[in-house]
Write a protein that binds this ligand. Sequence first.
Ligand code: SF4
Length: 263
Amino acid sequence: MDGTDIDREENELRAAELAQALAGADLPGRIAAIAARIPGRIVFTTSFGIEDQAITHAIVASGAPVAIVTLDTGRLFPETYEVWAETEALYARRIRAVYPAHDDLEALIIDQGINGFRMSPETRKACCEIRKVRPLKRALDGARGWVTGLRAGQSPGRAETPFVEVQDLAGRAGLKINPLADWSRARVETYIAEHGVPCNVLHDRGFPSIGCAPCTRAIRPGEDERAGRWWWEKDGRQECGLHVRAPARIGNKADHSAIGRAS
Ligand code: SF4
């Protein structure tokens, strides 16, 4: 058994315990449980959407030592920068921004042009890779836990979202925790209203999910919450590469890596 196997087994045990603890707790309690059970650095990545705003509130309310980080792609809506500033002011807390590497970005724009992501799924994924995926790796450098705002109800592709998964976090086995995995949209909205949490005004204009401005539109009645993301792509897998359920590099079996699956 090498160090990677030991890391994986420790994380799987910890994941099972943590998933149990999350099931019975309110949101600040879930954040406190995460901080209590994960030794080392914990990073929460926010895009300032409604789920992420609830988690930011819970991190502040719980006082848990969780770093709040955002990936600024350079293509966000002006409204997103507004809620970012409003959140920092309300909680008197700076949110760390991680940016794409300038040399990567310059090479991308030379190669595909400023809006080249519309040309094909490949050019779109290349843009997401440089503006999101590589910055995420830097954000998670040295982290043992990664907290996200994923919910099972956001889209069919996220229906199997568990509370906790063992994942490769920037080259080392760690835990990805989705403390809202079992919450409905309505429950998030109730939390936001009860606690006076600032929200992106685009949510009131038909944008349940908010990403980069040129790649997000308002949804139509009956569409799932993520239908407005990369809507011109027809394969139905509206994801940017940040949330990948394939931790093969650290040797996890898929059916062991997802614990506490939301119903
Ligand atoms: Fe690029 Fe669009 Fe992906 Fe943003 S969402 S990184 S603009 S392709």
